[in-house]
Design a protein. Structure first.
Length: 499
């Protein structure tokens, strides 16, 4: 409790200096209701699971050596600025809800709900993509299983429900499972990287020619990879949705540093091994990393790698559910959502929010994989599912990128609202923070434009892609905007009643 009291006292000082705002109800309730059990290792494993995108290496393989250029470019203009902004805002406001709370401090209630929705909604949709990836791995190992879209939809729904049931249990138990899963992920990363080394050590030639500088350039034929690369880095603030449950403020900086190093090392080694062994033939094949290990170290080791990676897909479904349920929890406590949404069960976890998210993810899956192919007769049902699925995921990624932009808006807003208080609590020199705001904002804009203009799949051309994805994204944002109006009105009404 000493650590918690220190955090609370410091937070109170921050509140008085940062525009002297009244604390949100969630800032006072969470420390009393939730256990403070998350240390550096817990938060680091949560960060790794929530950020790591297993398809990153095989996607980047499409560009050959230029894949590394996109990887470094995305890190410089997006990932690192997001990490810096997350660390600074997290230290200033170590409260549950992360972006939702930070935006409230910088911009007020309306935008806090809007930014929170933009961070929450993609997590619900994208959770189903990890269940889909799990099914894809099963299909790669047994090609006669789960062939029809409706079969895939049922399998994905079953996985989502399983994950939804698991997260309702004691949180310490689920966090221990995540910690074990990350250890398995590290085993997979090691085996994939080792495959590349052994491939060269045994006299094989690289499947990719790295000697031509022209092949390292960003060109029109690989522009689409920038948006996909940024997608592989998005969500740095996600683990801090549980900032009210950490055991001390130093955990914030430590988990971001270690998480960053692990993610960068994983993406570099995975991409390098795939390009060495298979080259561009591995492009867009989600199972290519396992195939790489199969080709070099044998089927047994390849199967071990597959199991480790598949465990990470389950881990992401678990992490996304309990991370983003915290956003619903704090919004409920602050009376921006019905109070029942954030109700805790006997294990002190927001069960209603988790159930709600699981139901939404299952509905999305059923509509995409079962209803849509049955109702819409546009060619091959499997191709149609791929089109609908990728369009919805791209729109979700755009909304998520918009939420990431609030990190830099919040930094600037906090500085402008209370320069003295901001300078007292800054952990980076101001030139670095100014560069972060400028470069990070540019990175978000470039990612949004790139994702809008360049199709993720060959079935839909760029000319159709931008207005289909753009229209769906606009619908999501309109829902967020209208929801923010009602949520802000509800909060103001509740405030009036208290007065």
């Amino acid at each position: 409790m000493a650590v918690h009291e220190g955090l609370t006292k410091s937070s109170g000082n921050q509140t008085s200096s940062m525009a002297k705002q009244r604390p949100l109800a969630s800032e006072e309730y969470i420390p009393k209701a939730m256990l403070h059990i998350l240390g550096t290792f817990d938060m680091t494993t949560t960060f790794v699971v929530s950020i790591y995108l297993a398809t990153c290496a095989t996607t980047l393989a499409a560009a050959g050596p230029a894949g590394f250029t996109h990887l470094f470019l995305g890190a410089i203009v997006f990932f690192i600025p997001c990490l810096i902004a997350t660390a600074q805002l997290g230290i200033m406001f170590p409260h549950e809800g992360a972006l939702y709370n930070w935006t409230h401090k910088a911009l007020g209630g309306y935008w806090s709900f809007f930014s929170g929705f933009c961070a929450w909604f993609p997590g619900v949709l994208i959770a189903s993509s990890l269940a889909d990836l799990f099914v894809t791995y099963i299909q790669a190992m047994r090609s006669d299983w789960l062939v029809a879209p409706w079969q895939q939809g049922l399998a994905i729904s079953a996985l989502l429900i399983l994950a939804g049931v698991m997260v309702l249990q004691r949180f310490r138990t689920i966090q221990n499972i995540i910690n074990v899963i990350v250890c398995l992920m590290l085993v997979a990363f090691f085996l994939i990287g080792l495959s590349g080394i052994v491939w060269l050590a045994t006299g094989h030639h690289s499947a990719t020619d790295f000697s031509h500088w022209a092949d390292w350039g960003v060109r029109p034929d690989n522009y689409a990879l920038f948006g996909l690369t940024v997608f592989a880095y998005i969500g740095t603030e996600g683990p801090l949705n549980m900032a009210g449950e950490i055991i001390g403020r130093p955990v914030i900086k430590r988990h971001l540093l270690w998480g960053m190093l692990i993610i960068l090392a994983a993406y570099l080694t995975n991409t390098f091994a795939v390009l060495l062994v298979q080259g561009q033939n591995a492009a867009y094949n989600p199972f290519a990393m396992v195939t790489t290990v199969d080709m070099v170290l044998g089927k047994v080791v390849g199967s071990i790698t597959a199991i480790c990676l598949m465990s990470s897909f389950i881990g992401v479904m678990l992490v996304y559910n309990y991370l983003y349920a915290r956003l619903l929890l704090v919004a409920s406590i602050d009376r921006r959502l019905p109070i029942g949404v954030g109700r805790l069960n006997k294990y002190r976890v927001p069960a209603n929010a988790m159930i709600f998210q699981t139901v939404l993810a299952v509905i999305f899956t059923v509509l995409t994989f079962i209803v849509a192919p049955a109702v819409a007769h546009f060619g091959n049902p499997s191709d149609f599912v791929v089109e609908v699925y990728n369009v919805s995921q791209a729109a979700a990624a755009l909304v998520w990128a918009i939420s990431a932009g609030f990190l830099f808006v919040d930094l600037l807003g906090c500085y402008l609202r209370d320069r003295r208080g901001f300078l007292q609590q800054r952990i980076f020199p101001m030139p670095i923070l100014w560069a972060t705001i400028v470069i990070g904002t540019i990175g978000c804009v470039l990612a949004i434009v790139d994702t809008l203009l360049y199709s993720w799949i060959p079935q839909i051309g760029n000319g159709q892609w931008w207005y289909i994805v753009g229209s769906l994204t606009l619908i999501f944002l309109i829902i967020a905007g209208i929801g923010s109006i009602f949520a802000n009105s509800e909060a103001a009404w509740q405030q009036d009643l208290r007065l």
